[in-house]
Design a protein around this ligand. Sequence first.
Ligand SMILES: Cc1ncc(COP(=O)(O)O)c(C=O)c1O
Length: 482
Amino acid sequence: MANPTLLAQWFPDHELKAPGMRGESIFYRNLEEQLDGRRTSRSVYTLRRNEPAPNSIDFSTLDFLGLTHNGLVRQRFLDELAANPNFNLGAGGSRLLNGNTNYVDMLEKEIAEFHCGEKALLFNSGFDANVALFETIPRPGDVIVFDELVHASMHEGMQSSLALNRRAFKHNDVDSFREVLTDIKETQDLVKKGQRTVIVAVESLYSMDGDCAPLKELVEVAKEIFPEGNAQFVVDEAHTTGVFGKQGRGYVDELGLQHEIAIRMHTCGKALACNGAVVVCRDAVRETLINNARGFIYTTAPSFPMLAAIRSSYKLLMSGQTEHLQSFLQHLVKHFFRTIQDNPIWDEAHDEGILGIPNMEDWEGKPFLTHVLPVMTRQRYTKWLCWHLQLAGFNCFPIDYPVVPRGMNRLRIVVHAHNTEAEVEGLVGAICEWAREMLDIEERGRKGEVPSAARQVIACQTENKAKVGNGKINGNGGKNGC
Ligand SMILES: Cc1ncc(COP(=O)(O)O)c(C=O)c1O
């Protein structure tokens, strides 16, 4: 369980560094100056040892099905290695030279078949796959239309795309999508005549907001405006692979849109509990990637252990062994919503703006729920809520700018198949206990009053600062137990 000392380390108050570096090399001063900008706006990242504190309960990792937690993939992986005892560890080169083995060919065929696609192509990561897709698939004169919240990797690919016309539509807003497509049709003659393509980029599930793309509606609008079929979709299934669809085939499968979506990008680092990514598409797309994607051509092919791990995860999905985990995950999210909604504090906290969970709205009428729950509170409270939950033994973190827009920070709760009903109840209890404390504080209206968990962490931060000031950076055992 986390304690105030640990939290003070995880959430340090950053001191500016550049002002104290006069006389040092301009090379380092420039770097620190840039970092100071982030320190000032409290948006600097630090690599901390943020593996869950011992005995804390995981409501943070992206191990959605619990395949890492329960060791299922590890066991399958060891079996896969044992079945291939003479494997070469390294691939020995790019896929285009020595790195294309029977094993990787077989794996891609198996995955394509599983996803009911024509072909599949593996990448070292989802980031690489998205960059490759957007840098190579849109041709000159094509237009890229993207949801304003798509992942950074898609933007990275778009930066090097030959399609210079890129248009955002409002997040998950079908009317905004229609407006953008209509405008493109009116202004882009070749697209209107069906001689150039509109490539639409969306995610299946947006992992900061926990909401899914209204994909059926988007596809319908695209078909209506471009009946020639020259609007095509790329769907990033990073957060739905393994979790949605029959045996975990994903969101597109869940909606029965396999034949409408040109390109699906499935990552293996989240529910599949390993790493890498696979693009499922027609042969023309695959060949285009192989021939043009710099991140595919100029990189070493995946090592055997990486391929074996991906195969192990996919074998688990294919065997149907993860289906009960998908159902249990749905059950737990419902349990979370029901429990928090029934808590006597919920209505008041919600009405007062102390707690809000946007994707909880109308949850009872939804065909499926998502496992990512953004908890919104007043911006300066988010960290306090996180600290309260961490001290109560629940591992979850705030998500801040620049990952989410300014003024939109939130605490992100991720529910997993390895969580239990009792853990969900405990989490809800702790959230509501904190909300009660905040309601009381607001009612008292005493300036500067902070809740008890925050008081403990701030005391440690202050003590740490004093130690830094005294040159005793690593000291411990101070009066706050810091
Ligand atoms: C939506 C989305 N796409 C792509 C990626 C990149 O995938 P990978 O971690 O395999 O690079 C991520 C996150 O990591 C993601 O959240």
